[in-house]
Design a protein around this ligand. Structure first.
Ligand code: DGL
Length: 269
């Protein structure tokens, strides 16, 4: 059985998932977070489903070993191809949450939306997971997906809110696939950092849905309904990576507003 005092485990292919950790800590400041970024295997967007499933299983066991009450898959690619493995690993020990279902649920609240666009990594788009889930929950909607593989590395290199990033973003958003959309799902951990630039492009005509915020709401809802919300944070957040470099620690600051220290934990050594 889980208890309120246990931490929330969060993992991603790297440090981009810190956008989800940040949304969760803002909404639920009493929760303690244990974060794992699989920097040794980054990016997941280009990996096979089999490899990602193997990594996801190992990380889930690590987070369970850290006594987490919940495992949040803060990576769209891993949520798309490895959520079943995470669910199996969690069993009755922890609550598994993915980044896809919460944002798809949010769509139900957008009365004026008829056509939804999704931007994500190549691997996420290749699974068509968003379209499948959108059509299952909202069969009246049209859905279209576009792989935008340059965006994640661009952001990691610090290119956002400048002319170069706006040019790259504009050229992706101008693609035919995204014509006449009413809403756009930012289906990659990194994209909250370019939300403003995406909004600038659409000038308020398209509703932008950020999965980090939707996930934080889903975490709150799950913990509340299971009476597992912590009333008081005990102890510090912990941040682990499977391969430490100074550059990862610096980039982490882009995604998480507090000074954090990454600890190396190679689960596959
Ligand atoms: N975290 C990944 C995602 O949300 C993006 C980075 C990667 O390809 O690993 O899809």
């Amino acid at each position: 059985m889980q208890s309120k005092k246990q931490a929330i485990g969060i993992f991603d292919s790297g440090i981009g998932g810190l956008t989800v950790a940040n949304a969760i800590q803002k909404l639920l400041p009493n929760e303690r977070i244990v974060y794992f970024g699989d920097t040794a295997h980054l990016p997941y967007g280009d990996k096979s489903a089999k490899a990602i499933q193997h990594y996801a299983k190992g990380i889930s066991h690590f987070l369970l070993g850290k006594d987490c009450k919940m495992v949040v898959v803060a990576c769209n690619t891993a949520s798309a191809v490895a959520f079943n493995e995470v669910k199996k690993a969690c069993g009755r020990l922890a609550i598994p949450i993915n980044v896809i279902d919460p944002v798809v649920k949010e769509l139900g609240k957008q009365q004026t939306v008829k056509k939804v666009g999704v931007i994500a990594t190549k691997r996420t788009v290749s699974t068509r997971v968003y379209t499948k889930r959108i059509l299952k929950s909202h069969p009246e909607l049209l859905s279209t997906e576009l792989a935008t593989p340059l965006l994640a590395p661009m952001i990691e290199e610090g290119f956002f809110n400048n002319k170069i990033s706006q040019t790259i973003i504009n050229s992706y958003l101008a693609k035919k696939n995204l014509d006449n959309i009413d809403a756009l799902i930012l289906a990659c951990t990194h994209y909250p950092l370019i939300q403003k630039e995406i909004e600038n492009y659409y000038k308020g005509k398209v509703q932008i849905l950020d999965s980090a915020h939707a996930v934080a709401l889903a975490v709150q809802q799950e913990l509340t309904s299971k009476k597992l919300l912590s009333d008081n944070r005990e102890g510090e957040h912990e941040f682990y990576v499977s391969d430490f470099t100074e550059s990862f620690e610096q980039t982490a600051r882009i995604f998480f507003p507090e000074e954090i220290h990454l600890r190396e934990m190679n689960l596959w050594a």
